[in-house]
Ligand binder design. Structure first.
Ligand SMILES: Nc1ncnc2c1ncn2[C@@H]1O[C@H](COP(=O)(O)OP(=O)(O)OP(=O)(O)O)[C@@H](O)[C@H]1O
Length: 361
């Protein structure tokens, strides 16, 4: 196959989707330290892929290899149909990269940064000005366009960085930790920007330390640990890979609590809080069975909450790291996995036994 032809993948319905990024057996060592020990990837065009991993897992190394900034020691990778080793120029022409190695020059204005980028892409002067103005407007930077970029806030700088990347109209964008260090509002703005890009058909390859970010944005998530992909799947698929789901029943009357504890002997008791914790996948069927048992015993709980494992649970289970991705991931724990039964839309999950589609390697 010529190196400029994108491979395709056949989906269930027989339709084929071009593959934007693929890698087989990528390896990279620094000295005798193996950072990547055989990474396989397959990312359909137009999707968002998140590479998640603790500090030092090798996320940036993967991005650098795929964007041709460094070479792998072994394995193969194709980006936009171009082999990263045989045709790095083809790869570079098709991609944009932003992240920890930002291209923003703080000494010149946002507009000048954009025009510099337009020059690098050999856009005619008038066209360059038009594209720059359009992108500055789109990323709400028009007002600040004539100010030095070093006076910008973290969020503005990140927006300028993405705007500069888009000057070349890339079809694949690598975003290396695009929201690290941003406040919640700027992070949400960045998410909107990423969703906007995807709706235009751009493929986004994202690395992140924020589990919530992967949950919010990504079609597929891969967890990188010890130089290998420990698991891959959609957020829902990955959540189903770890145990920890339960239903919590809370009572205000000790007598009702006592009767419930007798009726539901598999539950873990908390006599002080008058609450019972019953292991459950949280499916509609399991909830109905539990409610039927309570009804049959004439017991009414004062509160019923369903806890489903979240990506934090997955992350800690797979990386075996309590500190894991550091404080940001922990700080993002919103407790939203605990939901009262009537807030819980579980219609997408019918039976826990047939849900395990994510893969643990
Ligand atoms: N040029 C280099 N020379 C030596 N070691 C390196 C080099 N670049 C990266 N490493 C090491 O490789 C490992 C992976 O680094 P990488 O930056 O890819 O991790 P990461 O997952 O992106 O981490 P973070 O979330 O902290 O950015 C780290 O242990 C790092 O110290």
């Amino acid at each position: 196959m010529p190196s400029s032809v994108m491979s395709t993948s056949t989906l269930g319905g027989g339709a084929t989707t071009p593959i934007a990024v693929s890698a087989v057996g990528l390896r990279k060592s620094y000295g005798d330290k193996a950072v990547l020990d055989g990474i396989d990837l397959r990312i359909p065009a137009g999707s968002v892929f998140a590479l998640l991993g603790p500090n030092g897992a090798g996320k940036t190394t993967v991005v650098k290899i795929l964007s041709t900034l460094i070479t792998a020691d072994g394995g193969q990778a194709q980006v936009a149909g171009h082999d990263v080793t045989a045709s790095p120029d083809g790869v570079r022409a098709a991609i944009g990269v932003t992240g920890q190695f930002s291209a923003v020059d703080g000494l010149i204005t946002g507009e000048e940064n954009m025009l510099l980028m337009a020059d690098l892409h050999h856009l005619p002067r008038r066209e360059g000005r038009r594209v720059a103005a359009e992108l500055l407007e789109r990323f709400e930077l028009t007002e600040a366009a004539r100010k030095p970029a070093q006076s910008y806030s973290g969020g503005m700088r990140r927006r300028l960085d993405i705007a500069m990347t888009l000057v070349g109209a890339p079809r694949i964008i690598f975003l290396d930790e695009p929201t690290t260090g941003l406040d919640p509002r700027s992070r949400h703005t960045m998410w909107q920007i990423i969703r906007g890009l995807v709706s235009e058909g751009v493929t986004v390859f994202l690395t992140t330390q924020y589990l919530e970010e992967a949950d919010q944005l990504a079609d597929r998530i891969a967890v990188l640990n010890d130089g290998r992909i420990a698991a891959e799947g959609s957020a829902d698929e990955l959540k189903r890979l770890v145990p920890g789901g339960h239903v919590r029943l809370r009572f205000s009357a000790p007598s009702a609590y006592g009767r419930a504890a007798d009726a539901l002997r598999e539950g873990a008791r908390d006599d002080e809080a008058l609450s019972l914790q019953i292991p459950s996948g949280g499916s509609q069927r399991e909830l109905r069975l539990l409610l039927d048992r309570l009804h049959a015993a004439d017991i009414e709980a004062d509160e019923l909450t369903v806890h489903t494992p979240d990506l934090d649970d997955v992350f800690f289970a797979l990386t075996g790291s309590e500190t894991g991705s550091g404080t940001p991931a922990r700080a993002d724990r919103s407790g939203q996995a605990d939901r009262t039964a009537d807030q819980t839309d579980r219609t997408d999950q019918t039976d826990q036994t047939d849900q395990t589609q994510g893969t643990v390697r």
